[in-house]
Design a protein around this ligand. Structure first.
Ligand code: HEC
Ligand code: HEC
Length: 185
């Protein structure tokens, strides 16, 4: 699979070097069957421990590189959404490198691709919940299902409803909204 993928990438580079729109859409057509459905789950212990202590450890594939570059700095982390999420320099480097390597725009998983496309031409969002694609997927949820729900509190707590979030699975079939078993009606 990997070597096949590599040759596809190589072919893709050749195709892009021709610099035609046709070559690019051909590349897209070839790569599509290799896409994975959901999102890569967190598989780095330091990231899991440090970034999962206050909230769900968001898989890096939920935001593009430019967002992680903005968020994961020694200057930004002490003032992280009103909290202090400061890290020592060594830990920060591990977490930064891990997030950058697995950012949405570097992934072929379906949700990451959608997020990469939705954020391509805009300034780096700091919130996943601000990404157009994510907003659109939740716009039918009522206030009382989210903010007014004592077991959810905000859309930022993905794992309150997405029961398989830790496995990187966000499909509608695995959703359970606390106190609203009938959300689909
Ligand atoms: C000291 C607690 C704390 C730690 C540690 C922490 N965060 Fe946060 N984080 C927060 C709070 C508070 C929010 C805002 C939640 C809300 O609005 O309900 C937040 C929000 C976020 C969001 C935006 C979620 C959204 O609304 O889309 C991201 C992304 C994020 N954190 C990533 C990280 C990463 C990566 C780390 C590890 C470096 C980390 N956080 C560590 C407290 C923390
Ligand atoms: C209040 C519960 C709740 C929270 C919190 C929540 N979601 Fe969802 N999410 C849903 C529901 C319900 C759906 C299905 C919507 C539909 O299909 O009508 C959904 C759909 C999605 C989808 C699309 C699934 C599909 O099959 O197309 C993605 C991706 C997603 N959520 C990601 C997230 C992320 C990332 C977070 C955290 C930043 C989050 N969600 C927080 C309830 C929630």
């Amino acid at each position: 699979m990997k070597s096949k993928l590599q040759s596809i990438v190589l072919f893709g580079l050749v195709a892009i070097s021709i610099e035609t729109v046709a070559a690019q859409s051909l590349l897209e057509a070839i790569v599509t069957p290799f896409r994975q459905k959901e999102i890569v789950p967190v598989d780095n212990k330091q990231y899991q421990d440090e970034c999962g202590s206050c909230h769900f450890a968001y898989p890096p594939g939920l935001l593009p590189t430019k967002s992680w570059e903005k968020m994961l700095t020694a200057e930004a982390l002490p003032n992280h959404f009103g909290d202090n999420a400061e890290l020592d320099a060594d830990t920060l480097k591990v977490i930064y490198d891990y997030a950058i390597a697995n950012a949405a725009d570097k992934s072929y998983y379906k949700r990451s691709r959608k997020i990469a496309i939705a954020t391509e031409k805009i300034e780096a969002p700091l919130r996943i919940t601000e990404v157009r694609y994510i907003k659109r997927k939740h716009h039918e949820l009522s206030e009382k299902m989210v903010k007014g729900n004592k077991d959810v509190k905000s859309l930022s707590y993905c794992d309150a409803c997405h029961t398989q979030a830790a496995k990187g699975v966000f499909d509608a079939d695995t959703v359970k909204i606390p106190n609203h078993p009938d959300w689909e009606d």
